[in-house]
Design a binder for this molecule. Structure first.
Ligand code: PAF
Length: 282
């Protein structure tokens, strides 16, 4: 498995693969890889001849005061995990390679509507940063498909819409969330939790499951259910940012006509912000 840091080298190597008629799968990541990321790489390896994993902590998707500086950079460990998972090529550019003129002068991609609520409301500019860097990665790698985790449910919806609206020739593949034994969704940010916070964190998924259970039992008073769920999170020692019950396609507030619903949640636990979601059909 090779690692390249420059776009020039990436393009030279990928041109060779394309000339040999090989299919290319991309797994965009910010590194600090855990089993969730590795499951995306394994999925890509099942589907493509060549798997490119990008590792880039994208400054454009972090707001002021967010955790850009403390976001873990663990390239050597990541490379080891990737080589065991069937990855072919790691693309790990420096920020100057991606944004040579700096962030302020960078053309941006805006995906309206689906970016607006939930994490988009709490983290202004976040999804513009994601959509911009994913567009650039698609242009740099020109993959046949790219794999993203369903844990970032809104991000996946934003990328799907962007690909559709801009007619990008890339298939977007979603892969299921990987969880710890106690239900906590795997996340690079779990590493920020203190031992006491880690004990509280499973309450996030438990709350999603309990709320989903009430819906499958027939309740449709979604706003009341959201308030009850937020109360339960607070009772467990978490600070909810939001818990929203939405239509799974539009991400707009669920109505009694909707059959495919998703519960989206973001919470603060100490200084760490965690997200999760749970989809259901009723
Ligand atoms: O999900 C992530 O790790 C990031 O948002 C992504 C898609 C790699 C873009 O920086």
């Amino acid at each position: 498995m090779r690692t390249v840091h420059s776009l020039k080298e990436l393009r030279t190597i990928l041109r060779g693969y394309r000339q040999q008629g090989k299919t290319i799968g991309l797994v965009p990541t910010m590194g600090n890889l855990h089993e969730g990321h590795i499951s995306l790489v394994r999925k890509a390896a099942e589907m493509a001849d060549v798997v490119v994993t990008s590792i880039f902590v994208n400054p454009m998707q972090f707001g002021a005061g967010e955790d850009l500086d403390r976001y873990p950079r663990t390239l050597a460990e990541d490379q080891e995990k990737l080589s065991l998972a069937g990855n072919t090529l790691v693309f790990a550019p420096a920020a100057e390679e991606i944004y040579p003129e700096g962030l302020a002068k960078q053309t941006q991609v805006v995906v309206p509507d689906v970016s607006d609520g939930h994490c988009g409301a709490s983290r202004p500019g976040h999804f513009e940063g994601v959509a911009t860097v994913v567009t650039m990665l698609f242009n740099m790698v020109q993959p046949d498909f790219a794999v993203f985790g369903e844990k970032d449910f809104q991000q996946l919806a934003v990328i799907r819409k962007m690909v559709r609206d801009l007619m990008m020739p890339v298939d977007v593949v979603g892969a299921p969330t990987v969880r710890e034994d106690d239900g906590l969704a795997k996340s690079s940010r779990n590493g920020f939790l203190t031992p006491d916070e880690r004990k509280i964190a499973p309450a996030i998924y438990q709350t999603l499951q309990a709320t989903a259970g009430k819906i499958t039992d027939g309740r449709t008073d979604f706003e009341a259910l959201e308030s009850e769920a937020e109360e339960r999170l607070r009772g467990a020692g978490l600070r909810p940012d939001y818990l929203n019950i939405v239509n799974s396609q539009t991400l707009r507030p669920a109505t009694t006509d909707d059959t495919d619903l998703t519960l989206l949640v973001a919470v603060f636990l100490g200084t760490t912000r965690l997200i999760d979601n749970l989809s259901l059909t009723r």
